[in-house]
Design a protein around this ligand. Structure first.
Ligand SMILES: NC(=O)c1ccc[n+]([C@@H]2O[C@H](COP(=O)([O-])OP(=O)(O)OC[C@H]3O[C@@H](n4cnc5c(N)ncnc54)[C@H](O)[C@@H]3O)[C@@H](O)[C@H]2O)c1
Ligand SMILES: [Fe+2]
Length: 385
């Protein structure tokens, strides 16, 4: 008998203009004083009014925290939690990209003052309750709105994850209108991040199952068909909607069948060189696919049917895996993203440090279909150089 575990957020809605229903949703979850967590990019993009207006129209008085920065450091989380407690907030709304939503998750726990942040890091270490939590993504990327993970920058080069089912939100609103102004390069990088989530969930060595496979395939089907349009014509609402739904489905997939070596090798690029998360993934993706070929080619072949939907595909699993790797290299080029570590001004002498750091991501490496040692990791970075 096969066994299966699949967990996700219980209340998800998608549609243009759905943000207008945020106030009603907050009331449904008994939030009276919402703490809205966002960053200045969202404020500058003019996205805040629709959020705050909806809350106020429902008779709620939101408290705003807009100091989140990309790859949020632990201190920002602590400052935000202090601000939320001082303002007497009883619910948290993440409004933005992965960074804002990750911070929101942790505040929803810390606001209860039952456990310090330092005790939360790692897998299933949250014993505290949490306040009601709603998530509204404005990028189609991390899928953080439906994952039970929050990533915090803890040192100069290091990030740590908090992983716990407590972090699954109560409700999610996917409103593609919020993503219309997302700049082309951010759309491209965050979109490839989302595609990587679905790919790595589908090829994950642990915990992949019929449901995670199903949502991963649907996610890639939606995103492979819409990513070009979303990048080239950001005002195309259907393409934006498909990317947003695809990124959320990919989030559901990897929340259950966790990501692997692409992310493990991407994290040091973010940690050491501050390369945005999606771009870091895109830089190593084709080379990890080639590395994984001996052990995952039949899975890549199934993915190729969806991703290379409009291409003639080899019937040989190994050859079609190469085609898939080429596709992602070309996709990054077509979308205007750099494709080599050299272009990112990384010195070749820095590859060893990257390889050493990637080995610290054991939480992710154990999910890879092929085991990776430090010499192989360095060879992958060399191929990406
Ligand atoms: N929790 C998870 O499951 C998970 C998964 C992957 C990554 N992450 C984390 O998420 C973070 C990356 O998230 P991200 O890629 O969404 O980027 P981000 O949240 O850092 O945002 C990137 C930039 O885009 C801007 N922006 C966002 N939406 C916009 C819009 N609609 N219009 C204009 N500008 C907009 C933001 O202001 C910001 O400047 C990293 O910290 C990463 O570690 C978390
Ligand atoms: Fe990611």
């Amino acid at each position: 008998m096969s066994e299966l575990v699949f967990r996700t957020v219980p209340n998800i809605s998608l549609g243009a203009g759905k943000i207008a229903g945020l106030g009603a949703l907050a009331k449904q979850y008994k939030i009276q004083r919402p703490f809205v967590v966002t960053d200045t990019g969202i404020v500058d993009a003019g996205l805040l009014d629709v959020c705050l207006d909806s809350l106020r129209e429902a008779g709620l008085e939101p408290e705003l925290f807009s100091d989140v920065v990309a790859d949020p450091p632990a201190q920002i989380v602590l400052d935000a939690a202090d601000a939320a407690r001082k303002a007497g907030c009883d619910g948290v709304i993440g409004y933005g990209g992965g960074s804002s939503m990750d911070v929101a998750k942790l505040i929803a726990v810390l606001i209860r003052d039952e456990q310090p942040l330092s005790e939360l890091y790692g897998v299933e270490n949250i014993t505290s309750s949490r306040a009601p939590l709603l998530q509204i993504p404005t990028t189609a990327g991390t899928g953080s709105e439906v994952t039970a993970v929050a990533i915090v920058t803890t040192g100069e080069f290091t990030k740590a994850g908090v992983v716990s089912p407590v972090l699954f939100a109560d409700g999610v609103i996917l409103d593609p209108e919020l993503t219309l102004g997302l700049p082309a390069l951010v759309t491209a990088a965050t979109g490839i991040d989302a595609m990587v989530h679905a790919i790595e969930a589908f090829t994950s060595k642990r915990l992949k199952n019929a449901l995670s496979d199903m949502v991963a395939l649907k996610a890639l089907d939606l995103m492979a068909k819409s990513i070009h349009t979303a990048v080239k014509d950001g005002s195309d609402l259907q393409a934006r909607s498909d990317m947003l739904l695809g990124a959320m489905l990919a989030g559901q997939a990897f929340a259950n069948a966790p990501v692997a070596a692409v992310h493990a090798l991407a994290y040091p690029l973010g940690g050491i060189y501050h390369i945005p998360h999606g771009l870091s993934n895109s830089l190593v993706l084709p080379h990890v696919i080639r590395f994984n070929k001996p052990d995952a080619k039949h899975l890549y072949q199934q993915l190729a049917e969806v991703i290379l939907f409009d291409q003639e595909r080899s019937t040989d699993a190994g050859d079609v895996t190469e085609q898939l790797a080429d596709y992602f290299l070309n996709l990054a080029k077509e979308l205007g993203l750099p494709t080599t570590l050299r272009e990112m001004k990384i010195k070749e002498s820095g590859l060893q440090q990257l390889a050493d750091q990637s080995m610290l991501q054991e939480r992710l490496l154990i999910n890879n279909p092929r085991s990776v040692n430090v010499t192989e990791a360095k060879a992958i970075y060399q191929a990406a150089y």
